[in-house]
Structure formats: C-alpha cells, structure tokens
Ligand binder design. Sequence first.
Ligand SMILES: NC(=O)c1ccc[n+]([C@@H]2O[C@H](COP(=O)([O-])OP(=O)(O)OC[C@H]3O[C@@H](n4cnc5c(N)ncnc54)[C@H](O)[C@@H]3O)[C@@H](O)[C@H]2O)c1
Length: 596
Amino acid sequence: MAREFSTVGVVGLGTMGAGIVEVFARNGIDVVAVEISEPALERGRATLKGSTDRAVAKGKLAEADRDALHERVHFAVGLDALHSVDLVIEAVPEHLDLKQRIFAELDRVCRPETILATNTSSLSVTEISVATSRPNQVIGIHFFNPAPVMKLVEVVRTVVTAPEVVADVEALCARLGKVDVTINDRAGFIANALLFGYLNHAVSMFESHYATREDIDAAMKLGCGLPMGPLALMDLIGLDTAYEILDTMYRRGGRDRRHAPVPLLKQMVTAGLLGRKSGRGFYTYERPGSPVVVPDEATPLATESALADGARAIAKVGVVGSGTMATGIIEVFAKAGYEVVSVTRGMEKSAKVCEAVKTSLNKGVVRGKLTEADRDAALGRISWSATLDHLADVDLVVEAVVEELSVKKALFASLDEICKPGVVLATTTSSLPVIDVAMATQRPADVVGLHFFNPAPVMPLVEVVRTIRTSPEATATARAVCAALGKTGVVCGDRSGFIVNALLFPYLNDAVKMLEASYSTADDIDHAMKLGCGYPMGPFELLDVVGLDVSLAIQRELYLELREPGFAPAPLLEHLVTAGYLGRKTRRGFRDHSHR
Ligand SMILES: NC(=O)c1ccc[n+]([C@@H]2O[C@H](COP(=O)([O-])OP(=O)(O)OC[C@H]3O[C@@H](n4cnc5c(N)ncnc54)[C@H](O)[C@@H]3O)[C@@H](O)[C@H]2O)c1
C-alpha cells in the first residue's frame, strides 16, 4: 500500500517553490508553505495568487476551485511550522551549504517518518541527504519550470534511498498528474544535463555578438519548434539559478568547459539582472515577475522600412540546383510573386523539378491554402533552363547544388562572370564556410548565406549568413527578401552550424552519450525533453528523423571547426552509422521502425 500524503511542506517560495505549492494544492493536498521572512512570504503568496488568477482568467480553473486551492495553503515563516507534514520539498537557492543546513534542521523538526525531498537541479542529493540522520528517506523530486504546467518530474534516488520511499514518491507524482522518470544521482539528471550546455552556448553566441538575442531565440523557436528561445528560457529560469546550476555541473560533471558559466552571466547576476524575477535579464519585462517583454534600447526596429533600409530591389531570382531544397525554394519565391529562373544541369532534370513544384502546389490547392489561379500564376512566373547564361539579368541568385565545396566554388566563379553587377549571390550551404564560396568570386561583398530549412515551403526560418566580407547592403537585401517571402530571417556570423545546427546537434550528441553511459533509456530521455522542456520531439526521435549519418556529419564539422572536446561525436553514433542504422530512412536507427 502506498503511503498517504495528506499534508506536504514546501520550503522557499521563489520561482519553483510557489509553483510547487500550486501543484499540490490543486490536487487536493494541504500545503504548509514556508519562507525565510515576512516579505519573502508575501512575495510567494502574491506569486501563487497571480498564477491562479491567470488560470481562472484563461478558463483553466474555476473560481470556486481557486478559492478552495488557497484554503489548502497555510503560509508561515520558519521551518518549525513543518512539524507534522508527511513530506517536505525544499526549493531554496542552489547552494549546497544552505540546503545541508535546511535538511539538518528539517531532520530535527519533522516527524521521523517524514520524507525529505529536494528540488535541486544539479547538486548531489546524496550530499544533501547525509546532513540528516535519515538519508534513506531523502530523495530528489525535480519539478520543471513552470511547475503547474510542465508534466515531467525527475525522481532522483541515491544509493541509500529506501525502495519504498521511491515507490511512494512515484505514486504521489501520478496523483499529481505528472509523468515521472526515476534516475540515479548525477549532476543535472537527464534534462538539465542535456539543456545547460546548450543554454550556455547560446549565451556565448550572444556575448560574442555572433547574433542578436532576438535572432538566437527566433532561430531555435522557428528552426526546431521549441516553445521558447534559449535566452528567454534563461530569463525564466533565473540567471542566478542558471549560474549556480552551470557552476555545479562544471565541477561535478567532469569539468566540461561547455558548462563553465559564460563570463557575461556572472556579470549580469552581480548587476542584479536576474531575468523575469527582477524585471530584467537578457530582455526587459514590464515589472519584476511579469512574463511580458517590453522594448528596450536593444530592441530592433521591426518595421518594413527598417528591414528594407539599404536593401536592393529584387524582382527576378535565379535558383540553381535540382534537389529537394532547390525545388522548395523555387516554389517559395514563385508563390511570393518573384519571377524565377530555375537552372539545372539538363532539361530532363528541369522537367523533374517542374513536376515536383507542380505536385507541391497542387497539394496546396487540395488543402485549401492556394487557389487554382494562384497556383497557375506561380507556375507562370517560373522559367526553366539548363544554362547559367539565363542568369545574366537576375537580381538574386540562390545556389542549392550538392554540398561539395569544389562544386560550389566553380559555380560561383561562373556566376561571377555571367551575372550583372549588384546582384546578391546566395548559397544555401548548411555546413561549408560561406567565405570560401565568396572568395571564388571577384565580388565577395555581394555574397551571403541563405540557409533555408527543409521543407522550404513550410519552415518559417531562414538563416542569413554574413561573412567578414559581406556588405551591409547585401545583408539588408537578404533580410528584406526573407520578410517578403513571409519567413523570419535571422542574421548570424559565418561559423560552422550557424545558429540552429550549432546549438542543436551537440545537444543530440550529448543525449547519445547519456544513453551510451547507461544513465537512462532512450524512452525516458525523450520523455524528459518533451515533458520537462516542451520540446516537440525527444532527441532520439529527432535523430531518427534527421538521419544518423547526417547528424554525425554535422557533429564532425562542429568538432573540427571549434576543437571543443565536448563536441567529439559519440562513439555509439559512429557505430550505428557504420552498421547502417541511419534512422527512419533505413527503418532502423535508435529505434526499430520496420513495423510502422
Ligand atoms: N528556476 C528553475 O527553472 C528551476 C527549475 C527546477 C529546479 N530548480 C531548483 O529549485 C530550487 C529553487 O530555485 P528557484 O529558481 O525557485 O530559486 P529562487 O531564488 O527563485 O527562490 C528561492 C526562494 O528560497 C527562499 N529562501 C532562501 N533561504 C531560505 C530559507 N532558509 N528558508 C526558507 N526559504 C528560503 C528565498 O527567499 C526565495 O524565495 C533550486 O535548487 C533550483 O536549482 C529551479
């Protein structure tokens, strides 16, 4: 029989604690909510009220249920109020000595059978547990932010946690409507171990002016379907908490440099820029605690005239190539009203591309996204050619040929001879340095990267890559074109992986390493990222879709360019590729897809 939890205590009512109180009270459990001082208690009370009021306003909670919820919560200053609860969850700042002190005190105050739990993200539950005389009743219950929304709970057992305590806490999670994964005590558990290297890397991109905060966040939201960008997420987590988590992970997790907090983080924390909770972090908020971002001095002007500032007029576009990307890009430009010249290596190929574009446009008609007249007009704007000479009078060329530097360089050298002056020359490469391609021409200032995502007609993001030789006008033109296509163009420097792949693939590679180390299963890791972080797919699902060979190639490029030891491809990934398990396309990758 699972233990009954009728009253629980929550210590610390900050970002996490207030949310955890709400989770319990919503599920009919009485809560004793404890803070260090009256003002802190008031803040916690206000956070709970604000959150439940929002839930009522959104129609997610009835008024009567909200009132009943509040009646279940008893607020108090000091740990003594916890003398008769069945379980305590501690959610104070991420400092080992503070947590150890609180656990020693809880051990003294609470009944002998009370379970003591920590919500730590990165500290050792084992080290916290030995501050008590009951380490077998100490466990990690790691909720995700915001606790009332995120479905996942990581249950962390130490080597001495009693099995019945683990079972009781698992049953409690189910009662709270949460999905739990039970794991051993390792820095960052599943989700944070995979998340924080990525977050820190995003901060370093911002710190080095590789891209703006808006562009980094938009890239990950639109390129990967994440619920929020990494810098907005840092603000939500709290930069002080994020700093402590990184610092602990660095020290506990084998001194991986990717977890060494980026210096900017420390400076922001020292300056009191803690994120949402202080009203200012990477972004500025309406007021402390508010989720509403307000413009500040770094906010870009989003008006069309600002986007078009310095941009050249583009009416006619050449697209070179006959693969998936070229086909999608031709469709995107033609639908947006541009005159398009498609150039392939022969009329047979042109006929195939033409067929593919027609099929895709017809699908749009069937789905009601396009009228027949629009389809015919789009097709009427495309001319098909097998010679580059037809690009003599276009305003923009988008190259989407095979991903081989020698081929692309030769093509750009030819374009340089054929195209009129002032044309913007764009490559869709996803892994080659754009500057190499640019230097094959006599006009590197006019060369940019335009990295579309697959399928181009669907994906809303384009990475605009500027090299050290790209002119501001060429960049402005590329941005304006993206806007005219209805896409979001994000500008970044010319480094391997641009924004999205540089942030995405090391995380996927880390997931493979975690699996290889037998810390958790592919199912639990996928669960953790989907239910804990709101990712649309778990890392193993995504790897199987993208293709393990493609993922390995990208990861190798990143490793070669940045020489970051943590980017070395996971041996398991290499072995699966060698074995021919490439993902869905070969019906087997991390999972067996032969029956689906
Ligand atoms: N922020 C996140 O996204 C997140 C997610 C999961 C887990 N966590 C973990 O949750 C814990 C709390 O983090 P947070 O972000 O909520 O921190 P926070 O700074 O927002 O809140 C901490 C609260 O603890 C209170 N406190 C400090 N000392 C206390 C004491 N002696 N007794 C009672 N209350 C005390 C503070 O007044 C503050 O309100 C940390 O261990 C953190 O790693 C954080």
